[in-house]
Structure formats: C-alpha cells, structure tokens
Design a binder for this molecule. Structure first.
Ligand code: DC
Length: 218
C-alpha cells in the first residue's frame, strides 16, 4: 500500500511550505491541489471567460493538462505557469471557480490520477474528506486570519506580487467564507485530523510535528 499524507487548512496557513519540507524529509511526491484550481482559473482568464461562463469553465476543466515537477514547478498544457497562477487576477477568481461542483469533480479525479500509486503528500481543502478520506495521515493546519494575511503579504512581497496587506486580508477573509460554504468539498474539521494551530509556531516546529507522526507510523 502506498503512503498518503493529507493536509487541509485555510489560505495562508502554511500548507504549501510545510508540504514542501515534509515531502523532502519523508520522500513523498508533493501535490499542491490548490494549483490545479489555479490552473483552471488561469486558463479561463486566458480564454477571455468570466465567472458567468460556468458551462465553458466546466468544459475547460475537463480537458486540461496539468503537471508538477519534483521541484514544485507547475505546467499547464505544456507551458510553465508556476508564477502566473499566483497572480492577483487568478487569486481573485479561483475560489468561486473552485466552488463549481463539476470543476471539483474533474479536479478531484485529476488529483487522484496525479497521486497514482506513489507515496504522496497532498494539501488543499478537501483532501482529508473527499480526495483521500482513507489517507494514512490527516492534518488540519490553521492560524488566525491576521497571521495568515501577514504571512501571505510577506510571501507576495518576496515574489514581487503587488497587493496591499488590506487587499490580502479581505481576499483571504472572502476565500475563508467561500472555502467553508461550498456545496461540495467544503473545508471542514473532523475528529480524524490532527489539528495544528501554527499561529505561534515556526515553520520548523510545524514541520517537525508532522514529520514525527509520519515517520513514527512507519
Ligand atoms: O491553496 P490555494 O490558495 O492555492 O488554493 C486556491 C483556491 O482553490 C482556494 O481558494 C480554495 C481552492 N481549493 C479547493 O477548493 N480545494 C482544494 N483541495 C484546494 C484548493
């Protein structure tokens, strides 16, 4: 049986960074499921679609080629989009796009395919509940809204993405609401997840908690 580590949590809780560290330490293939929704959003923008064009967005999500490299670069239909999928424009529409039930069905199928029979770590919103409810290890990573906005602000600055703290705060707040009120695949806490509040923890401390559990369960 292959090993599956699943991490869910709200935007900015550090899932991406933590999954990157744990994947290396525990030799797991890292799948950023948020990036799959971001690719759908980017492709929709590039095709001149807006959120009202639901049918066209669903069609587009059926026939999309997304690949991840080992060093966490993302390719959409053969073209590298690692940075493009983090743009302000994509970030603004990705949550409503990820609320479309049929888009979710297509992405969940794709995410399972990407995992294949590898030892994997996946992070997102519905990994522990929908994508891999039978995962070996399930975590819910959290932090206060203020802390998450602050982290994203710092991260964006480093990447040269021009968004004010207020813009980020409001965007994350709206995404939290959207992510927790989806018809299907809502971000949910369950008794099966190990809950980690990372507000006052360093990246290393959070990673260690997860690595110890995953390695301890060998
Ligand atoms: O983690 P992120 O910010 O890159 O995710 C982008 C969006 O995709 C986010 O608004 C929620 C959504 N998402 C989702 O609905 N289900 C997932 N498994 C991962 C992300």
């Amino acid at each position: 049986m292959h090993k599956i580590v699943a991490i869910d949590g709200p935007a900015g809780s550090g899932k991406g960074t933590i999954a990157g560290i744990v994947s290396k330490e525990c030799n797991l293939v890292n799948i950023d499921t948020g990036a799959t929704y971001r690719c759908v959003a980017l492709k929709a923008l590039r095709n001149g679609l807006n959120l009202e064009d639901k049918k066209a967005i669903i069609e587009l999500s059926k026939d999309i080629n997304i690949e991840f490299t080992k060093d966490a670069r993302v390719f959409l239909d053969g073209e590298e989009v690692t940075d493009d999928i983090r743009s302000k424009e994509v970030t603004k529409i990705v949550s409503p796009i990820s609320s479309i039930v049929e888009v979710r069905e297509n992405m969940v199928e794709l995410q399972r395919k990407l995992a294949g029979d590898n030892d994997v770590i996946l992070e997102g919103r519905d990994i522990t509940t929908v994508v891999f409810p039978n995962a070996n290890y399930k975590f819910y990573l959290d932090a206060t809204l203020e802390e998450r906005a602050q982290r994203r602000f710092k991260q964006n600055k480093e990447k040269g993405i021009d968004m004010t703290y207020e813009e980020i705060y409001e965007n994350i707040k709206a995404r939290d609401y959207n992510d927790m009120h989806k018809e299907v695949g809502s971000l949910t806490r369950t008794d099966e997840q190990v809950y980690i509040d990372s507000t006052d923890l360093t990246i290393e401390e959070v990673a260690k908690i997860i690595i110890d559990i995953v390695n301890g369960g060998k």
